[in-house]
Design a protein around this ligand. Structure first.
Ligand code: NAI
Ligand code: MG
Length: 497
């Protein structure tokens, strides 16, 4: 066993992790909620509460926003870009130094397999490193005016930015928002999901240890209605980055409309993975498995619809079924192939989709039931499930299930695959498996989605912009484009003669 696995085994035995943050993180310190109320967070692998955290209120949100506004106006806006970069680079270093503890907290709180949590924390460090290097490269333009004029632009930070974070990728989503916001010179008030509050708090403390001035990054924990909603309505918040459900995204967008606050919305998906007859079969099989079973399918960009060309279908689904049935189900901290889903309520939701599909006569090739950790008989697990021969009209094909449930649609040819791929209210991601790169690029251009993965699902990194079309939202995170979301362009034009 490696170091981290020894630690994880200890945590599993104890049922909790010692020294978890206690309170909101405001003005550089942990503080209790003004009403002294707390909530409990659950370990989905056992379905048991393991720690409590502060249940925030609108008053806590006000204090955090006030602190972030003050820090913006008095310190961070005017900190030299190179200095901001050094702080973010130091944060990347400290995230790596705390890799094991952060990953264990993430796995315990969200349920995700430890190896995936380790990857997420490594990715968070990489995100800070990437934006650390970008701080002093936010250059403006100069404009070709007539000789008597000069024109140029500068990128100014938008101000206080709110970050509302979901439970499926707590630290990744926090890092993806905090790092570019801080790089641009903005300050942060974050609201992690009530199911997974801890790693955002740990990240805020790490940033503070890295030298981030007090108030530049504040985190308030609590329920969406009690903390998220007042945050989105706060008049001193200048920008909102929201990741989560379409329904809450809509509420957030309406709240933002009150004050004409800027928003970036990263919402759901129902992403197709197109496998054509000439694909490399083994690569496609591995790609489809990862696309739907990583994080138990609770990924906005999960590849949840296999769209397969008829000649490839026979044998391919049988092989997927075989692989799905051999996945080891277990507690996240034991590095299973498939972990639990995040909550009892979410488990019911996933099960409901499959039950309705079954009642409608769907071909459930494997799975289709709620289950538990075979070692303990506990936890909120759902079997890896495949619904074969699905029709474009099926609810299971049209709606985001957000669980380990794959639907399979058969296409007559590439053109039909394209039509099936685009017949969707979402437009987040599409995967394409073919060895004909010309065909892949033709399809990539015609699929209505924010990103396309060719021959490796989830290919890319922090360098590549990410975001949705249609009901998947708008705005882009990651890459330099993600940094620009936190900037206001100011153009300056002058007559000089
Ligand atoms: P949600 O969208 O309600 O929660 C996301 C975040 O928004 C959480 O931090 C929550 O506290 C906050 N929030 C809730 N109500 C708010 C409000 N009125 N104003 C501001 N913030 C608010 O999603 P939830 O309830 O956790 O899950 C519902 C479904 O959404 C899931 O079953 C899943 O299908 C989908 N989902 C999609 C995600 C994605 O990445 N696309 C992530 C999480 C959930
Ligand atoms: Mg939890």
């Amino acid at each position: 066993m490696t170091n981290v696995d020894v630690l994880a085994a200890g945590v599993l035995k104890a049922g909790t992790l010692d020294g978890l943050p206690n309170g909101h993180f405001v003005d550089g310190a942990f503080t209790p909620s003004t009403h002294n109320k707390t909530l409990e967070s659950y370990d989905p692998g056992r379905g048991e509460a393991f720690a409590s955290f502060a249940a925030g209120s609108a008053e806590d949100v006000n204090q955090a926003v006030e602190s972030s506004k003050r820090a913006f106006e008095t310190v961070w806006r005017d900190t030299a870009p190179a200095e901001r970069g050094r702080t973010l680079m130091k944060a990347a270093e400290l995230i790596r130094a705390n890799l094991h503890r952060l990953a264990i907290a993430e796995s315990l709180d969200s349920g995700k397999p430890l190896q995936e949590a380790l990857g997420d924390v490594g990715g968070a460090a990489r995100t800070f490193e990437y934006y650390a290097g970008a701080c002093d490269k936010l250059q403006g333009d100069s404009f070709p005016l007539a000789g008597d004029y000069i024109g140029y632009s500068i990128h100014e930070p938008v101000g206080v930015t709110a970050h509302i974070i979901p439970w499926n990728f707590p630290i990744s989503t926090a890092a993806r928002g905090f790092a570019p916001a801080l790089a641009a010179g903005c300050t942060v008030v974050a609201k992690p999901a009530e199911q997974t509050p801890f790693t955002a708090l740990m990240l805020a403390k790490i940033l503070s240890d890295a030298g981030l001035p007090d108030g530049v990054c504040n985190v308030i924990t609590g329920l969406g209605a009690e903390t998220g909603a007042p945050l989105t309505l706060h008049p001193d918040v200048d920008h909102i980055t929201f990741t989560g459900s379409v329904q809450t995204g809509r509420t957030v967008m309406k709240a933002a409309a009150e004050d004409i606050t800027r928003v970036v919305l990263e919402l759901g998906g129902k992403s197709p993975v197109i496998v054509l007859n000439d694909a490399n079969r083994d690569e496609a099989l591995a790609g489809v498995m990862g696309a739907i079973y990583e994080n138990a399918g609770q990924i906005c960009s999960a590849g949840s619809r296999l769209v397969i060309e008829r000649g490839m279908h026979a044998g391919f689904v049988e092989e997927l079924v075989k692989r799905a049935e051999s996945l080891r189900i277990g507690h996240g901290l034991t590095r299973p192939d498939l972990g639990p889903v995040n909550s009892a309520a979410h488990l019911d939701k996933v099960a409901g989709f499959v039950e309705r599909a079954r009642a409608g006569g769907a071909t459930i090739a494997t799975g289709g039931s709620v289950t538990t950790d075979p070692e303990t008989g506990k936890g909120w697990f759902y079997q890896p499930t495949i619904i074969d021969n699905a029709s474009p009209k099926d609810e299971a094909v049209r709606e985001e299930i957000f669980g380990p449930v794959l639907t399979v649609q058969i296409a007559d040819d590439a053109e039909h695959a394209l039509a099936l791929a685009n017949d969707c209210q979402y437009g987040l991601v599409a995967g394409i498996y073919t060895q004909d790169f010309g065909k892949a690029h033709q399809l990539a251009r015609r699929i209505d989605a924010g990103q396309i993965y060719i021959n490796e699902y989830f290919a890319g990194g922090i360098e590549v912009p990410f975001g949705g079309n249609k009901k998947s939202g708008f705005g882009r995170e990651k890459g330099i484009e993600g940094l620009k979301s936190y900037c206001k362009t100011k153009s300056i034009a002058a007559r000089i003669a």
